[in-house]
Write a protein that binds this ligand. Structure first.
Ligand code: SF4
Length: 341
């Protein structure tokens, strides 16, 4: 029987563990301290717990950290790590240094159900949800862990399709008993799942990025099959009706595809749909991969698109491409590795 992993458990879950082991209530907070503040590797290092208690705990628990199995480094400093997860698949984690920021991009699922046609992970299909342990292990076991300033849930998988484990990981990252990060340092990216987006907004104060990619129903359906059951208008309705007085940023991700979603007609419709929503658009350059006919417009056209949106009053920025030489597109590296095993 594999041992139960302590790392990745919330304070409430640790209380259950301590009760079961016959430990006093305050021991859960002590264990959280060892796990998330003192960064221990073994239960025996929890020296303020009696030796006997540590032995009882070790019988069926372990810390549960695992190092990446390999990595690639780009000429621009970006690194892409592969972690092995419980279902014997590989997930990707990116480390992106940029001046005084160091961002980690984590995966929330192994594979993905959403099937976006511009994404290699979508082509892998779905293999399983990551546990809070597997999500946070990417953060804690990253060799650059101590340099990290920001975190984005933009790797493999759809975070709102694995909401309970994602919320647990965010709880650990942002609680005083955990890593005590400000929620403003964390962004969760979603295709916009109608059933779970409201729950996310109610339970987390982290930033939200919604993948838009087209303001037109048919076009978005072609790019992102999720549009068939979760339309952008439904998502925008939820955003419009939510009270955003608490600090939080909403942004929209927009990958530009030549001849598909890059015309003045798109700018006009984006401005109409986002009217009244305090938000920004991140324009992303598409990096072509084998087997995809989609292409990115040239840089001049990308800048013109940004300017046209800005003129309509929508704050828009172009996200710089990072790690292009190491298959930075989500899912490429793990697909190659999965095909080898
Ligand atoms: S872009 Fe994101 S949601 Fe779409 S298939 Fe890829 S991982 Fe899934």
């Amino acid at each position: 029987m594999p041992k139960d992993k302590l790392f990745g458990k919330t304070l409430d879950e640790l209380i259950v563990v301590t009760k079961r082991a016959g430990m006093p209530g305050f021991a859960a907070k002590q264990i959280a301290d060892w796990l998330y503040k003192k960064e221990i590797q073994a239960i025996d290092e929890m020296t303020n717990l009696p030796k006997k208690t540590r032995e009882i705990l070790s019988n069926d628990h372990e810390i549960g950290l695992s190092d990446p199995v390999s990595f690639l480094q780009s000429t621009d400093g970006t690194k892409k790590y592969l972690f092995k997860v419980l279902n014997n698949k590989f997930i990707e984690t990116a480390f992106i240094p940029d001046d005084d920021r160091a961002t980690i991009c984590v995966s929330s699922q192994s594979g993905c159900k959403m099937g976006c046609i511009f994404c290699m992970t979508g082509k892998q299909g779905f293999q399983g949800n990551l546990s809070s342990n597997e999500i946070l292990n990417q953060f804690r076991s990253l060799p650059e862990f101590r340099q990290l300033t920001n975190m984005v849930y933009m790797g493999m998988g759809e975070p709102l399709d694995n909401l309970s484990e994602v919320l647990k990981s965010l709880d650990i990252l942002t609680s005083d008993w955990g890593y005590a990060w400000s929620p403003t340092r964390i962004t969760v990216s979603t295709v916009g799942l109608v059933d779970t987006i409201k729950e996310f907004l109610e339970k987390s104060r982290c930033h939200l990025a919604i993948s838009l990619h087209s303001p037109f129903d048919d076009e978005r359906k072609m790019l992102m099959p999720v549009q068939k059951t979760n339309t952008v208008s439904e998502v925008l309705e939820i955003i419009r009706n939510f009270d955003f007085s608490r600090q939080r940023r909403i942004s929209f991700e927009y990958i530009l595809f030549e001849g598909i979603n890059d015309s003045p007609r798109h700018v006009k419709e984006l401005a109409r749909q986002l009217n009244g929503i305090k938000c920004r658009i991140n324009i992303i350059r598409f990096h072509q991969f084998t087997g995809s006919d989609l292409k990115s417009p040239g840089m001049k056209a990308i800048i013109a698109f940004r300017e046209a949106l800005n003129e309509k009053g929508i704050i828009s920025t172009i996200r710089s491409s990072r790690g292009v030489d190491i298959n930075a597109a989500c899912g490429l590296l793990s697909t190659l590795r999965q095909n080898k095993t």
